[in-house]
Design a protein around this ligand. Sequence first.
Ligand code: ADP
Length: 447
Amino acid sequence: SDDVRRQKIENRVAKMRFSAATARKIQDVFISEMNKGIHQQPSSLQMENTYIPELLDGTEEGLYLALDLGGTNFRVVLLELAHGAPIREEVKRYYIGSELRVGSAIPLFDHLAESVSDFVISQGLQDVELPLGFTFSFPMIQHSLDVGVLVTWTKTFNCPDAVNKDAVRLLREALDRRGDTKVKVLAVLNDTTGTLVQGSTLDHNTAVGLILGTGSNACYLERADRVEHWETERHGEREVIIDIEWGAFGDNGVLDFIKTDFDRENDANSLIVNSFTFEKYIAGKYLGEVVRVILVKLTKEKLLFVGDSTSDSLLTPGNLTTDLVSHIEQDSLDGGDSNTKEILAKFGIIPDEDDIRIVQYVCEVASNRAALLVSICLASLIDRIDKEQVTIAVDGSLYKHHPRLEGWMKQYISLLCTPGRKFKLIHAEDGSGKGAALVSAIAHRLK
Ligand code: ADP
């Protein structure tokens, strides 16, 4: 009967529904990995020093630039600040052809420099000294605020001669070759750090930056005396932003106790197996694939789409994208089924009533697990940050568009952090653009 089928399906995904004890265990592992990372012991969390020791102090004035490479768009941003707050913003998107994304790094960085100078000249600012913050959203090792050594290219970029080189130096050399502007590259950062700093202009209690987009990562304000890896001279800094790089949480096996056969298959279908373990549970690039893998397994086990033949389209990895999970979740919220039917029809599936409810249930289980995992880590950060009120600045399309994540996160974080702790989630749009210009303003003031 249908009740028996429903029970079988619930059993099949039961490992994805964490008990309170499992949630606590994950939290303990996360805290332990953070402590190891910050003490430079082997850990799946890099806990990178960003060398950003403070936020805006309200004295920053004038014009600042940002160059944003590594997100969905490549952009140059100009921000005008008065009393440490943005009063004007100009943005221009530039195109990077596929031929520039691979091969030698020189043509790529020449193109970046050309875009900067095109933008600066179009603003009539070629004779003005302009600080620039460089958002370089690739794995890098930072030796100081303005030295970031590329570890490896990701996404659609692959210029091998730039690996192990300082991205700031490559950009400065390209700007020097042109010599037609007075742009000064003062800082290199990633989108997560930009989001924290951008959030701090919206809410002065901001102490965590979170990205839930294609990938996922977080950073937070740490006490400077807890940070061991610090290559530059210290000047009595009290705090510093630490980039956790949590996408790789669990790559060393510490999270294996939550791994299901669905996750193993999702990993096997990914570009780089056995890496970015945590990201594969939570980020936009993978959430749809987790759902697809579950649906295919349930179908093969004759628990789903029993009356229908298997859809070839559903069997293809990558075919169920995370935006579709959001649309199906919207049905669950509305108590409807129109989105679910429409999506399944595109896969060539004509579901019965039970199939629809099972598909909705699977989307809920996968989404809910992502929300809980992110919340477990955020609650640990809130407890770690010794402030009465902690605001978390969030950016990324998954967070923005998924209809239930934010609500679940609010609920789970308050259950998991120390009772009485106050926190807020705010949406900080465009940290990778505006945030980088703001970081260059902080760097300029600290010089
Ligand atoms: P990026 O992280 O690449 O800079 P975004 O923050 O826009 O850019 O994230 C893009 C990712 O967000 C996509 O890969 C997709 O997985 C996810 N996404 C896009 N639209 C939605 C949606 N409606 N619901 C959930 N996730 C979405």
